[in-house]
Design a protein around this ligand. Structure first.
Ligand SMILES: [Zn+2]
Length: 356
């Protein structure tokens, strides 16, 4: 491949399809992008509500095949031309404690999908036919047997594992409530049920989340509750009178969700906060944490072990994954992909890329 087309986000918020030269000599690698997942961050990037440098090729959840790779980089990563890889977006400094332990970098020097095209060679994002991996990128190899719509789920599945299983040290048989049925909330349901935990409830907004709540039930949730029309605290306490072992809050902007979690968690239980609120939680009491020995965990993005477990789940052939992937577009229709993820109530996981 000598030229690659890419969806470039311009300063005025519009996308244009542009061609870029695919570099031949490099110190990292080039992948042919097969698919790139979208998430809420892409909506924020496209709407201009995040500080970004344009022009920019977004896309930070890519899966693809290695087209070319520098010798040193091949040695350090163990990868070769033709391998299918998934690309965790954050670059690694290589020196911090996280990098040395092969975990997430604690001082990431940059992120794929957020580097401007003015930084040579420009192809830094996944909304493109090809993408350049910096030597500071740490991709993971994935088997080639999984269908692309499942492979493209690696990022949200990794988040589900990191947030629902790792962060609260979830055990088989424990009770779990997931607040918010978005793509990551549903991935939490999948991760929790996969280790034998009991997802006793998933909550959502009935006016727009009906289809997602139906998917939550299909993934193994025992109950779903509409936070708009019912009192979710009394509904959940009806099925868990002693409280809930682990509550994962994936809702954005809802401080009420944190209050509900504090009222519902069992003594000694854990609340995981994944959704950003943009505001403090009113009347939040650390006394409640202390007196009831509650663990409160904040989580952000995906751990390396979360990615590895996502790859295992994808390669296992679990057909429930197909419930999560709902829409796929080619890069010319990048705006349609963004509009669909934002506005279509049936959209869960949305991807861009070559034909499935
Ligand atoms: Zn680091």
């Amino acid at each position: 491949m000598q030229l690659a087309r890419a969806a470039v986000l311009n300063a005025d918020g519009t996308f244009s399809i542009e061609q870029f030269a695919v570099p031949r000599s490099l110190d990292g690698a080039v992948i042919e992008v097969e698919a790139c997942g979208l998430c809420g961050t892409d909506l924020d990037v496209a709407s201009g509500s995040l500080p970004i440098r344009t022009p920019l090729i977004p896309g930070h959840e890519p899966v693809g095949r290695i087209l070319s790779i520098a010798e040193n980089y091949a040695q350090t990563t163990g990868l070769k031309v033709g391998d299918r890889v998934v690309v965790p977006a954050e670059l690694h400094c290589g020196e911090c404690a996280g990098c040395r332990a092969d975990e997430s970098c604690l001082a990431s020097p940059g992120t794929h999908g957020f580097l401007p095209t003015t930084l040579s060679p420009g192809l830094w994002g996944g909304f493109a036919e090809a993408m350049v991996l910096s030597p500071q990128t740490r991709p993971l190899r994935m088997g080639t047997s999984a269908p692309l719509q499942r492979a493209s789920l690696f990022n949200l599945l990794g988040a589900g594992w990191s947030w629902a299983v790792e962060a609260p040290h979830l055990q088989s048989g424990q009770s779990v409530v997931v607040l918010g049925p978005g793509q990551r909330g549903l991935a939490c349901v999948l991760a929790a049920t996969s280790i034998g935990a009991n997802v006793i409830a998933v909550t959502g907004l009935g006016s727009r989340d009906q289809q997602k709540l139906a998917v939550a039930l299909a993934l193994g949730a025992e109950n779903v509750f509409d936070a708009e029309t019912s009192d979710i605290e009394s509904e959940i306490l009806r099925v868990a009178p002693d409280g809930v072992d682990v509550i994962i809050d994936t809702t954005p902007h809802s401080t009420d969700a944190v209050t509900h979690a504090m009222n519902l968690v069992a003594p000694g239980g854990t609340i995981v906060i994944a959704g950003l609120k943009g505001a403090p939680v009113p009347f939040f009491s650390t006394d409640t944490l202390a007196l009831r020995r509650i663990t409160l965990r904040g989580v952000r993005s995906v751990t390396r072990s979360g990615f590895r477990n996502a790859l295992t789940m994808i390669e296992s052939g679990d057909e429930r994954l197909d419930l999560l992937h709902t829409h796929h577009f080619d890069i010319e229709h990048v705006q349609d992909a963004i509009d669909t993820l934002r506005d279509d109530p049936s959209a869960i996981a949305v991807s861009l890329g070559r034909a499935l």
